[in-house]
Design a protein around this ligand. Structure first.
Ligand SMILES: [Fe+2]
Length: 217
């Protein structure tokens, strides 16, 4: 058999973008976020005893989030540019904190009505340091043969280990979940969504070009 050329085409890839900030960058960011969360927690003492809670979705509007907002925005623009998207503006549409005590998971979900979503990790610990991504192809779950070597090519769920100061971004349609907090400390992450504010006005016209050569006469 003579083969001139052979290759594997990776069609329709699903991207997850991970960024680990350096301590000199994340330490002031985390300090600011913690100070805002302490204010929120102080105003909502009824939530202290619960195992899991989320803040309101306007966290990004508080001045203590300015540092994180800048990191999110520059990463989002880098993502859109790397995908060569023809866009003008993208902005944060919602941002909230997830605080989980021991034993609490976050079930599988997506973030509707946005283009990008993400999470930033303020505080992790062994056993509270992962996010799971699920295969977005529904047909692929029909047959999942056991693989001799687990790598990125064959599982139906991929776990990403996360650390303090890590930013993870992904398409808002990508199913994800968080395993139960198996540590004895509180897990704190900041979740957020991004969308093109002028999507309908600027980006929603049909992708195809009109065939102006058709003759109706
Ligand atoms: Fe989420």
């Amino acid at each position: 058999m003579k083969i001139e050329k052979s290759g594997t085409l990776k069609l329709f890839p699903t991207y997850v973008w991970a960024t680990q900030l350096s301590p000199e960058t994340y330490q002031p960011i985390n300090r600011d976020i913690q100070s805002r969360l302490e204010i929120i927690l102080g105003q909502r003492p009824d939530l202290r005893g619960s195992g899991q809670w989320q803040t309101d979705q306007d966290l990004h509007r508080h001045p203590e989030l300015t540092g994180l907002n800048q990191v999110i925005m520059s990463t989002a623009r880098g993502i859109c540019d790397s995908l060569t998207l023809d866009y003008d503006r993208i902005h944060i549409t919602g941002c909230w904190a997830n605080v989980s005590n021991q034993g609490y998971p976050h079930k599988q979900h997506i973030h509707p009505n946005n283009y990008l979503s993400g999470a930033y990790y303020v505080k992790t610990a062994a056993g509270a340091d992962a996010i799971d991504f699920h295969d977005p192809r529904p047909q692929a779950g029909l047959l999942v043969p056991r693989a001799r070597n687990q790598d990125l090519a064959n599982p139906d769920r991929i776990t990403l280990n996360v650390r303090k100061g890590m930013l993870v971004m992904f398409p808002a349609w990508l199913q994800h979940s968080v395993p139960p907090n198996r540590s004895e400390t509180t897990r704190v992450s900041i979740a957020f969504n991004l969308m093109f504010p002028d999507f309908g006005e600027r980006m929603a016209s049909p992708l195809w070009q009109a065939d102006t050569s058709t003759d109706w006469s």
